[in-house]
Ligand binder design. Structure first.
Ligand code: SAM
Length: 287
């Protein structure tokens, strides 16, 4: 079957015939490069055994390529005006289901249970940039049967997600993503492969979900991480002790020293494992 949704000419004709207007506020930048579309699906490792959950199918460009390679695709689209277009563009494919809804509100667990045989599921998406982090957070934090996320995000966000201690862009997002997954940047993508073209470059990143998470109380751990990065210029001791927790500065000092961490070091120098150590040594934190 001819795969043509990524042709800019076809995209133009279909959106014009439906009077569709791109919504900036919904992050609508559609892919118009067949090589990139194919590469995303290939690098996501999609096979005929896989169910894929796509966020934001747009006019169905990536969805089509996914359907050609996967067992089944469920795509969640928020924009009602795209539904009649998707009806036409994806008509030939029997293994696609479009769900109208907001990925931030929808019950993803039930979706996986009811429409994807309970998973495991691979998430693939060219994400709307205005909600990248909350969407990723949902998939990482909720106990979902998700194996990996292969997602297009802003290049700068991708770099933050893969960075390790010592890097200039290392921060709480890096620790958060690395807590739940092993991230890798698959490719960087120029602005020219989208319509309309965004202002910034993008990257495709794959988050391979960890089967075994670090053994630590998650709530305590993320409190420590958040407080540690809240004032990047301060030492770890000052950042933690000025955050307003129910502990004295000396308590933090002793805990850091017990963990083998110099109280004068800064959050961006500490590894995920070191944050785990501190969180375990400190008594339960409260504000
Ligand atoms: N997948 C298409 C492509 O690659 O050409 C479109 C990608 S476009 C960057 C993002 C898509 O996500 C748009 O179709 C937009 O309407 C949709 N979207 C935006 N916010 C959403 C949300 N909260 N839930 C579901 N879809 C959303």
């Amino acid at each position: 079957m001819e795969n043509r949704l990524y042709s800019a000419k076809y995209l133009k004709s279909i959106i014009e015939s439906h009077g569709f207007k791109f919504s900036k506020s919904l992050g609508q930048n559609f892919l118009i490069d067949g090589n990139i579309v194919k590469k995303i699906v290939r690098d996501a490792g999609i096979t005929k055994d896989d169910y894929v959950l796509e966020v934001g199918p747009g006019v169905g460009t990536l969805t089509e390529e996914l359907a050609l390679n996967a067992k089944g695709v469920v795509a969640v689209e928020i924009d009602k005006s795209l539904l009649p277009i998707l009806d036409i563009t994806l008509k030939p494919y029997k293994n696609i289901e479009i769900v109208h809804g907001d990925i931030l509100d929808i019950d993803i667990k039930s979706l996986i249970e009811e429409k994807m045989e309970g998973g495991p599921v691979k998430v693939v998406a060219n994400l709307p940039y205005y909600v990248t982090t909350p969407i990723i957070a949902r998939f990482l934090e909720e106990d979902l049967n998700v194996e990996s996320l292969t997602i297009m995000v802003q290049k700068e966000v991708a770099q933050r997600m893969v960075s390790l201690e010592g890097s200039k862009v290392y921060g709480s997002l890096s620790v958060f993503v690395n807590f739940y997954s092993n991230p890798e940047i698959l490719l960087t993508v120029p602005k020219s492969v989208f319509m309309p073209s965004p202002k910034i470059d993008s990257a495709v990143i794959k988050l391979n979900m960890k089967k075994d998470l670090p053994e630590v109380d998650k709530e305590q751990f993320f409190k420590v991480v958040k407080a540690s990065f809240s004032k990047r210029r301060k030492t770890i001791l000052n950042a933690l002790s000025s955050y307003g927790f129910n502990l004295e500065k000396d308590d933090f000092k002793i805990a850091l020293e017990t963990a083998g961490i110099d109280p004068k070091s800064r959050a961006e120098e500490l590894s995920l494992e070191e944050f785990v150590k501190i969180s375990k040594i400190l008594p339960p934190l409260d504000i």
